[in-house]
Write a protein that binds this ligand. Structure first.
Ligand code: ATP
Length: 304
């Protein structure tokens, strides 16, 4: 049985079609990412699965249960970390975990939970004294106090520095090692690529593609990418006609060139510039990322 199955799910806020007829299948024991720019409809999708919002139409099944008809049963098997969590300032980390444990009939033991999120040495600290990363880790611990089968994390690393972000990635990998299913929303490309077994790329309320990051890159952006700047702009049609180039764009004098023959293209860019006595700056060769997949399909950047 899939962990989550969604068919033709819709939710509007007045005129805004926040979720516009999506289908989704999340397998058990995978880390599944919903990747998309601000306002794509990620949170609304999650909140409907989590029983926090009622769909306008469509079907959702969470391990065979319908969240609209059986919200209490669904809540028992889910763990939810919302985008922001507010704690009681006067409580310590340990007291906060104990408070959340008291909401459930069955819960994991406090020390184990704090160990899972690397907060054991902060057990006695006041929640107000935690760093941004520690705060997020505590909110993850609280999301899993009831030892849920499926864990939802809504932008768990937004606003964190790279090191704090990596710690959260490790915690999420631990959940997968324990056999849990994790659904995570993000607008960080590298997070989706590093962490997720599969991703759904979402934009304007629709899912535009689903697959593993590698599959999506191979399917939609298999070429290498050369980026560079020139002393003076050159006609984009000229760049497009260079050896191996499959597509070329220029934005604010920064060129992005997709190529099936990176060495040949690199050489011909340098030669073309030299023939015109133009200096080339910041020339780089890289493999495509999910950002390029998004750009190829929607024609715009995920980062906006
Ligand atoms: P973000 O990455 O910024 O959290 P998101 O992909 O999670 O964005 P949603 O929060 O689901 O997107 O929002 C989808 C659309 O619905 C947006 O246009 C948003 O402005 C709108 N929206 C969300 N919640 C409400 C609400 N309660 N009332 C009205 N419009 C809303």
């Amino acid at each position: 049985m899939p962990a989550i199955e969604i068919k033709n799910l819709k939710k509007s806020y007045g005129e805004i079609k926040a979720v516009d007829g999506i289908d989704l299948l999340v397998e058990e024991n995978e880390v599944f990412g919903i990747l998309g720019p601000n306002g794509a409809g990620k949170t609304t999708t999650l909140e409907m699965i989590e029983t926090l919002r009622r769909p306008d139409s469509g079907n959702i099944s969470v391990l065979g249960l319908n969240p609209v008809k059986k919200p209490s049963e669904v809540k028992e098997i889910l763990g939810v970390q919302l985008q922001t969590t507010v704690f009681f300032d006067d409580l310590s980390v340990k007291e906060t975990v104990n408070l959340f444990r008291s909401f459930y009939k069955k819960s994991l033991e406090t020390q184990g939970l704090l160990e899972l999120v690397d907060l054991r040495d902060k057990s006695e600290a006041k929640v107000t004294d935690l760093s941004g990363g520690q705060h997020k880790r505590l909110s993850i611990a609280l999301a899993v106090v009831n030892d849920p089968e499926i864990i939802f994390l809504d932008e768990p690393t937004t606003g964190l520095d790279p090191q704090a972000r990596r710690m959260i990635w490790e915690i999420i990998s631990r959940f997968r090692d324990q056999g849990k299913t994790v659904v995570v929303t993000t607008h960080y490309i590298e997070e989706a690529e590093y962490l997720c077994d599969r991703v759904a790329v979402m934009d304007l309320g629709k899912i535009i593609v689903t697959g593993s990051p590698e599959e999506l890159i191979d399917r939609y952006a298999p070429e290498n990418i050369i980026t560079f700047k020139l002393e003076h702009d050159l006609d984009i049609d000229l760049i497009s006609s260079l050896a191996g180039v499959t597509e070329a764009r220029v934005h604010n004098s920064a060129y992005t060139v997709y190529t099936s023959s990176p060495e040949k293209t690199m050489l011909s860019i340098l030669q073309t510039a030299e023939n015109r006595h133009l200096a080339v700056f910041e020339i780089n060769l890289k493999k495509a990322t999910l950002e390029d997949v998004f750009l190829k399909i929607t024609g715009k950047s995920i980062r906006q």
